[in-house]
Design a protein around this ligand. Structure first.
Ligand code: RBV
Length: 439
């Protein structure tokens, strides 16, 4: 099995303080940790995760360890690791193979390292770990597999996959990939779509990304949002959050681009302008993509933009902005500030690309704040426990976490926040479940 590898073990003390700070704001996960400590539901479980290595993920990892799991962490993105946190985790004996600024080979080496742990449960964000495992078990070969193999040696993945109880998936993009595999009957073990819990997507995707995306844009650029024209591509939960917060920061206009008529209409009724990207291109100062699809901002679109336009992506993969085309065509490339590159186009105009077109919130800032990851990672912890307890009944399909667990997470969060709510009276309960009562 591969050992831990981090950028600088000397950063451990700093990392530990970051994790402590996160713990203060993650009361639900700490409650789950207390119970895990007592009940050890994950005793002896080998668990490998591909998650952004952040202070919040550290709180989750400690919780899984409290439950008895043997945890191996690999990153979910080449640029999202917080090196101090990775150092702190390695120092406390949690296996972690991650540093900020990996190349593609190092990234898939890390995924391979996580697989060399022979996991019984996988935790994923975006699906890279699970899908690499599937490719290996199905004898599909590409660069990612060659790089992963450099770390795994000749493990027999066909039999390894048979020993996997199940996995989880954190994000929309990953869930879409797993649902496609379920449809094509290529999924080899059950997956719990954490993203589909209400206490995940309604909060993390909307309020987490809504705030952390702007945190990333501001740290990278230090521009004033007041007075700007902001273009948000995609009006799913993530786009809704980004657009709402753009307005809160004082953007002069917030334009939404969409392909889905219902979502577009919703954006209109929420008070945003909606237009095709070809037109929005000419009007925007700052462009943020949040669609989960590719080439949403094509090179053609970029050519229509104003001099000095700022481009960033908040979707899971770096495919939404055509970065390759910018790289190919630019006549000059200068890194002006960390995570902000200026490209001069043949026309003489420049555009600024943030975080290489990768998730700007995790690359240029620290990802979502702890308060919201408390909910997402409570789902991850309970999903891991659920898989262990229910593995004999689960098929290779995409599952949701049962609604009572989802509701319980919301209840615990409200309690931790000191907010009380009402309960149905017996009479009200009867009324809402009766059909015969009318006017
Ligand atoms: N995300 N994790 C963090 N602070 O650890 N921040 C964001 C963190 C997750 C979030 O749940 C989202 O679904 C996913 O990153 C996108 O890759």
């Amino acid at each position: 099995m591969v050992e831990s590898r981090v950028r600088d073990p000397g950063l451990a003390d700093r990392g530990r303080m970051q994790i402590e700070w996160a713990e203060r704001n993650m009361p639900v996960l700490l409650l789950i940790r207390e119970r895990f400590q007592r009940e050890k539901p994950l005793a002896g479980l080998r668990l490998s995760a591909s998650l952004h290595i952040t202070k919040e993920t550290a709180v989750l990892a400690r919780t899984l360890v409290a439950g008895g799991a043997d945890v191996f962490l690999s990153p979910s993105n080449p640029l999202s690791t917080q090196d101090d946190v990775a150092a702190a985790l390695a120092a406390e004996g949690i296996k972690v193979y991650a540093w900020k600024g990996m190349n593609e080979r190092e990234y898939y080496n890390a995924i391979g390292a996580a697989m060399s742990h022979s996991p019984q449960v996988t935790l994923d964000d975006g699906g890279d770990l699970t899908i690499t495992l599937h490719k290996l078990a199905m004898d599909i070969n590409d660069d990612s597999i060659r790089y992963a193999r450099e770390m795994t040696g000749n493990i027999d993945f066909k039999s390894m996959v048979k020993n996997i109880y199940g996995g989880t998936e954190e994000t929309t993009t990953g869930v879409l990939r797993f649902k496609a595999m379920e449809r094509e009957k290529t999924l080899l073990y059950p997956i719990i779509a954490v993203n589909d819990s209400y206490t995940k997507h309604l909060f993390d995707n909307r309020y987490g990304t809504g705030q952390s995306t702007w945190d990333g844009v501001l740290r990278a650029t230090n521009i004033l949002i007041a007075g700007k024209v902001v273009v948000v591509s995609g009006y799913g939960w993530v786009g809704r959050g980004i657009a709402a917060r753009a307005r809160g920061l004082g953007a002069r206009r917030v334009i939404v681009t969409e392909v889905d008529p219902v979502r577009a209409l919703e954006a209109v009724f929420d008070g945003f302008e909606v237009m095709p990207i070809s037109r929005a291109a000419e009007e925007g100062d700052v462009f943020i993509t949040a669609t989960g699809d590719m080439r949403v901002i094509s090179y053609e679109t970029i050519l229509k933009m104003k001099d000095g336009a700022i481009l960033a992506n908040a979707g899971h993969f770096n495919v939404e902005i055509d970065v390759d085309a910018i790289e190919r065509n630019a006549v000059r490339r200068r890194e002006i500030r960390p995570f902000m590159v200026e490209y001069k186009l043949p026309s003489g105009k420049v555009v600024f690309l943030l975080g290489e077109g990768r998730l700007v919130n995790l690359v240029a800032a620290e990802g979502h704040p702890s308060e919201v990851m408390d909910l997402s990672f409570a789902n991850q912890a309970l999903a891991s426990e659920y898989i262990v307890r229910n593995r004999s009944r689960m098929l290779p399909a995409v599952y949701k976490l049962p609604e009572d667990l989802d509701t319980e997470i919301a209840r615990l969060k409200l309690k931790a926040m000191g907010i009380g709510i009402d309960e149905l009276t017996e009479e009200q309960r009867k009324y809402v479940s009766a059909w015969a009562l009318g006017t």
